[in-house]
Design a protein around this ligand. Structure first.
Ligand SMILES: *Cc1c(COP(=O)(O)O)cnc(C)c1O
Length: 490
């Protein structure tokens, strides 16, 4: 059978691309919740290509079949849109990328694109590595990057060990992110990017994003922001000048906790001193089609749709979770066994004013309940127990409703002791830099009634008055045997 020729496919691709662009443009004019619910999946696409499926289908297939050699060649040469091979592209993954790009770009007039990855850590690696490349004309030129020290423990390790120690790429540490001179003084001609996490996990570090973006851009550098804790429902850094946003989608976006997922979202035409026009024009698309094709940090289509399904309700969820957290924080503030409560929504927090400038519930000004821009501060908080590391462990061990785990963003309340979990690898010195004392408990308040969460914390704190703790025995789910409880005299 003779082929209709490559132009047949190129023309069809042009029509399809124009249709998709038009569809995305239409969605961009919708409100936040509408975008979150529908993303880029339309009724037309459902009826024409997906058996009318109301919910985005999960394409578990590894690869796509082609009509003939011409179509295959055009697809693999990226001349036409393609699903070719699921390490590179997959329709289900594309729906997730589409909705995240729109949500991070919401409220700004800049166009955004997104690539999702297997985890938040691979998103960070995907976002920073393209800037850490050797200039062939100056192979021995040193490289550095400027980043806050108040970052997620995994990020700290990636920067300190994988980059700085193993590759001799210097991490220039911003210790006090609220001192703008400090950011600027660390930048020189060998700097490749500027990076910050806000609010930071767990320390709730926060800085003046717009001012830091100005500093980065003045030096022709991109600003990369890890905005996991806020989610696009509360903060969209691109609107404030950031070039690239990384998300551990695993957390509040993917609240049901079914899987691990990361995302890189970028504005079109990022600022960078790397001479690579394609990368500059559409950073997320560039890393999707080239470096990530070759490195392979892709996500399963199953996980992509599970994440997508949670994202539909992100705005109302972040509203409820923030309200619950504020109530719990107020309770702890006056508790006799608490040394300090750290939550950006408390007026006593030194960064409350600054956080209030940036953390605003999307569309609150048109919401019947609020009718004006309304601050919501998310569901990450932490508190310092009055007492040493052992006392802190006793309180932690006494939780019955709040889960002990190194997780956050869940629909269920979860607590951890960062010093012995998320931030254990970086050692005492690293923890000091990141501001992680051993009596700090990180709590991520879920969607339970806040009074029940408060009740659980209150009874747990009463171990400091001499109450006994019960610990379930380590049966490791063997044979589904119900575990007995062991008594531990505290
Ligand atoms: C969890 C987390 C990450 C890492 O994401 P994973 O999905 O666990 O790989 C990065 N940044 C922040 C702020 C996080 O909380």
């Amino acid at each position: 059978m003779s082929s209709p020729g490559i132009n047949h496919y190129l023309d069809a691709a042009k029509r399809a691309t124009a249709w998709h662009a038009e569809n995305i443009k239409k969605m961009r004019s919708c409100r936040f919740d509408t975008i979150a619910v529908h993303g880029i999946y339309s009724m037309q696409e459902a009826l024409d290509f997906n058996q009318g499926s109301v919910i985005e289908p999960i394409y578990m297939s590894t690869s796509q079949a082609y009509r003939d050699a011409d179509e295959m060649e055009a697809a693999l040469g990226y001349q036409i849109p393609t699903w070719c091979y699921s390490r590179i592209a997959n329709p289900s993954v594309y729906y997730l990328e589409g909705v995240l790009a729109l949500l991070e770009g919401y409220g700004s007039d800049v166009e955004t694109s997104c690539v999702v990855t297997s985890s938040g850590m691979s998103a960070i690696q995907s976002a920073v590595d393209p800037f850490l490349i050797i200039d062939r004309n100056k192979p021995n030129q040193p490289m550095n990057f400027v980043a806050t020290t108040q970052v997620y423990g995994g990020t700290f390790q990636q920067f300190a060990i994988r980059k700085h120690q193993e590759k001799n790429i210097e991490w220039r540490k911003v210790i006090n992110a609220n001192n703008l001179d400090e950011w600027e003084s660390l930048i020189d001609e060998n700097t490749r990017f500027v990076y910050g996490e806000m609010p930071s996990n767990p320390g709730l570090g926060f800085f003046d994003l717009e001012k830091v973006a100005e500093i980065a851009h003045k030096h022709n550098l991109p600003l990369i922001i890890d905005s996991t804790v806020a989610t696009p429902a509360l903060l969209r850094p691109i609107q404030h000048g950031a070039d690239i946003v990384v998300q551990s989608v695993t957390k509040s976006l993917f609240t049901s906790g079914f899987g691990i997922c990361g995302a890189v979202i970028s504005r079109k035409n990022i600022t960078t001193n790397i001479d690579n026009p394609q990368m500059k024009a559409d950073f997320a698309m560039y890393i999707k089609l080239l470096p990530n094709r070759d490195n392979g940090p892709n996500i399963s289509p199953m996980n992509a749709i599970l994440a997508l399904n949670d994202i539909r309700t992100i705005r109302s969820r972040m509203d409820i979770l923030s309200r619950n957290t504020l109530k719990v924080a107020h309770f702890l503030e006056t508790h006799k066994h608490i040394q300090e409560v750290e939550y950006l929504g408390l007026e006593s927090h030194p960064l409350y004013q600054l956080a209030s400038k940036y953390l605003i519930l999307a569309d609150s000004e048109t919401d019947d309940c609020y009718g004006k821009p309304f601050n919501r501060y998310g569901h990450l908080m932490s508190f310092l127990v009055k007492g040493d590391a052992d006392k802190t462990r006793d309180v932690f061990n006494a939780f019955t409703r709040i889960w002990r785990g190194t997780d956050l963003g869940r629909i269920k309340s979860i607590a951890t002791i960062p010093a012995i979990s998320t931030h254990s690898q970086q050692g005492e010195e690293g923890r000091k830099l990141a501001g992680i004392p051993s009596n700090l408990i990180r709590l991520c308040v879920g969607a339970e009634h806040p009074d029940d969460v408060i009740k659980d914390i209150d009874q747990a704190l009463s171990v400091l008055d001499g109450k006994k703790v019960f610990i379930t025995s380590p049966e490791f789910s063997a044979g589904g045997a119900s575990s007995a409880t062991l008594r531990k005299d505290s």
